[in-house]
Design a protein around this ligand. Structure first.
Ligand SMILES: CCCCCC/C=C\CC(=O)SCCNC(=O)CCNC(=O)[C@H](O)C(C)(C)COP(=O)(O)OP(=O)(O)OC[C@H]1O[C@@H](n2cnc3c(N)ncnc32)[C@H](O)[C@@H]1OP(=O)(O)O
Length: 295
């Protein structure tokens, strides 16, 4: 513990809660009083009631089952920690915020594994879209498909102004169909007409195009992304929590309820769809294209 002032009971209690996160969640915690202990899928850093989560699942922060499970446990713990009022999501990987769902979790897998994976994807969306915290995505790299979904579940999106980066729901380009709750989240963000075009064509937008259609809220130079996210967070946290939380919940509840009352059907639909030979073939071709593009 730094400094000569004895810690208050409340502070110690909060610290214990955070240490509990540390032990259960296997992430690296960086705060004034404790040294980093373990690195895993992300680093978590607390600054004045705000958790900054830097995703680090190399090489491209693809969302696999392990990552999603760990992510959900951590968000749930932050949600329960009354001292944590905001969450900033960003990437620790160069050039990529998140490459979306890990295609390997959907390719040549058993129906059981696919079902378990899809449940974790649903859980991630439910936790983030329904969060009481202020959530800000600091998008410091490309963010296709599931990466875009993760971003649009947040309350506010700040993207690095780098024309090489892109963001969007490009599922149709892989020969797959975004489920209704991906579509709903997109429609709630950019409106129905723009979503129709974006989703049917599987468009990936440059940062300036994304700003134009309202897919992101602000562009900044990459080296200013976290400072801007922190300043934005301060503005949002100035609003009384209860009023902001009730407003958020009233606006998102119908969309959340729609998935909540159809979770099992949605899982079955996903499993039936993704295990079809024709869809497996499309995924295989897409994976080969990704690898070929690299060489
Ligand atoms: C009812 C049915 C509903 C189904 C709904 C499914 C919903 C959502 C679907 C998804 O989220 S699918 C994922 C879609 N993601 C993408 O299309 C992105 C693909 N990746 C890229 O475009 C690029 O990798 C990148 C993110 C722009 C980064 O480019 P960079 O040049 O930095 O890196 P690469 O060399 O391309 O990739 C490195 C390495 O990672 C592998 N990889 C990339 N993305 C994925 C992925 N999403 N899943 C698994 N693996 C991925 C890539 O093949 C390379 O592998 P190696 O060659 O190194 O083995």
């Amino acid at each position: 513990m730094k400094g000569g002032v004895p810690p208050s009971d409340t502070f110690l209690f909060e610290l214990q809660l955070r240490h509990a996160h540390l032990l259960l969640g296997r992430f690296e915690l960086v705060c004034g009083c404790c040294a980093p202990v373990e690195k895993f899928h992300y680093r978590l850093h607390f600054v004045h009631s705000v958790a900054v989560m830097r995703l680090q699942n190399p090489p491209v922060n693809s969302l696999n089952l392990d990552f999603l499970t760990e992510f959900c446990i951590t968000v749930e713990k932050l949600e329960m920690d009354k001292s944590c009022r905001g969450l900033i999501l960003t990437s620790n990987q160069p050039k990529v915020f998140s490459a979306g769902l890990d295609i390997m979790e959907m390719y040549e897998k058993s129906p059981e594994s696919c079902g378990e994976f899809w449940k974790a994807v649903q859980e991630m969306w439910l936790k983030l879209y329904g969060s009481n915290m202020v959530t800000i995505a600091a998008i410091n790299g490309s963010s296709p498909a599931g990466g875009c979904l993760m971003s649009i579940t947040c309350d506010y999106r700040i993207m690095a102004d780098n024309p090489r980066y892109s963001i969007g729901l490009n599922e149709t380009q892989l020969g797959i169909v975004a489920p209704f709750w991906f579509m709903d989240t997109m429609m709630n963000t950019v409106g129905h007409r723009t979503s129709e075009i974006a989703l049917q064509l599987g468009l990936l937008y440059s940062p300036s195009e994304a700003l134009k259609i309202g897919l992101v809220d602000q562009l900044v130079p990459e080296d200013q992304i976290l400072t801007t996210a922190t300043q934005t967070m301060t503005k949002w946290l100035a609003i009384p929590d209860h009023a902001r939380q009730i407003t958020k919940s009233m606006m998102r509840k119908p969309t959340i309820d729609k998935l909540m009352s159809n979770r099992e059907v949605d899982i079955q639909h996903f499993v039936n769809f993704i295990t079809k030979d024709s869809i497996q073939k499309s995924l295989g071709m897409y994976l080969a294209m990704l690898k070929k593009r690299k060489s």
